[in-house]
Design a protein around this ligand. Structure first.
Ligand SMILES: NC(=O)c1ccc[n+]([C@@H]2O[C@H](COP(=O)([O-])OP(=O)(O)OC[C@H]3O[C@@H](n4cnc5c(N)ncnc54)[C@H](OP(=O)(O)O)[C@@H]3O)[C@@H](O)[C@H]2O)c1
Length: 306
């Protein structure tokens, strides 16, 4: 799987652009964890309500009292590539933050597809064993010498690099963490940062969705997909989403999809043609990749030449 935004114009003889994006394109991204079903607090901070995807994110809440300046903490370690069984719960030394670093006791940790890619060896880690995870929210427990701008007790979150968030406590570059307002639950921050930045990049930078556009979102009820649908709807676009099941269809509707296609039950191409009156869509966000690329590209491309 990979995130592949495809821009397709169906109007007469317009050019077709293929725009590829990955998490590598997203600065400071880091994500993961549980998606709360109700983000009332978040809605106060964002122009519209975002809801994370319940099935993708699991928050690993570590609310217990922090050990007093302990150098050893528990973490999940991977010694060999493979399935979930290679994840081991072990003691690791966390150490003290150096110049430009903070130590953070995690309250919630985001789980992301990229963690699976690394665990399986699709992406290569720099070292083995390693501690997985690229997204978390927690409290600063120590700051490096001379550091200003962050202090012990700050609630912060990060997404992206460095890897190692599957841990009770971790050292982070201070310039990689962002402050989290008290109105935002740590599990929300830990689940939303990476997917939110992904959606922001895709909707506002990779292709700028405007009112009146029609967008097609594959895996519309997925973590990224659910944010894309909510956000595209809020931007004034007509949103078409594809999902595999009725349950996901209901979810996508709730997330602002104007038209939901259950691709296992309906003729996807015919439905898109019908919904768009053969005019096509401005952009397709394909979260799946290999399994759907041919559908997105090969099937939609002929409309372009109509
Ligand atoms: N999360 C991020 O911030 C981020 C950033 C950059 C890239 N990406 C990439 O974007 C893609 C989607 O990420 P996500 O976080 O939205 O994942 P997700 O919440 O797990 O959603 C994935 C959806 O893809 C569909 N799907 C189709 N074939 C699948 C398969 N073989 N295995 C699993 N799911 C399949 C499923 O929806 P249906 O059942 O409805 O088909 C599933 O709900 C991933 O490739 C990820 O690496 C994510």
């Amino acid at each position: 799987m990979g995130l592949l935004p495809i821009r397709i114009r169906f109007q007469n003889h317009c050019s077709t652009q293929l725009l590829c994006a990955s998490y590598h394109c997203i600065p400071n991204s880091r994500h993961f964890s549980q998606i709360l079903s109700n983000n009332k607090n978040l809605s106060k901070c964002l122009p519209f309500t975002l809801r994370t995807h319940k099935s993708v994110v699991r928050a690993l809440a570590t609310e217990s009292a922090s050990p007093p300046a302990a150098k050893m903490v528990k973490a999940i370690r991977v010694h060999e590539l493979g399935g979930p069984e290679v994840l081991k719960w072990e003691d690791v030394e966390v150490g003290e933050p150096k110049e430009g670093e903070v130590r953070v006791k995690n309250k919630a940790i985001g789980l992301n597809f990229i963690d699976v890619y690394f665990r399986k060896g699709v992406y290569k880690t720099a070292t083995v064993p390693y501690t997985p995870g690229v997204e978390a929210c927690g409290v600063v427990t120590a700051v490096g010498p001379g550091l200003t701008g962050r202090q012990v007790g700050d609630l912060v979150a990060y997404a992206g690099q460095p890897m190692g968030s599957y841990a009770e406590e971790q050292i982070l570059p201070a310039n990689r963490v962002v402050p989290v307002p008290p109105s935002i639950d740590p599990t929300v921050a830990a689940s939303l940062l990476l997917k939110g930045m992904t959606a922001q990049f895709l909707l506002r930078s990779c292709f700028k969705v405007e009112p009146g556009h029609t967008v097609l979102v594959h895996a519309a009820a997925g973590g990224v997909g659910s944010l894309l649908c909510q956000w595209a709807n809020a931007l004034g676009a007509t949103v078409i989403g594809t999902v595999s099941t009725k349950e996901k269809a209901a979810q996508a509707k709730e997330d602002g999809c104007h038209h939901v296609i259950i691709y296992k039950e309906e003729d996807f191409v015919a439905r898109v043609k019908e919904i768009t009156s053969d005019n096509g869509v401005e952009v397709v966000y394909d979260s799946v990749g290999k399994d759907t690329f041919e559908v997105s590209y090969t099937f939609l491309l002929p409309f372009f030449y109509k």
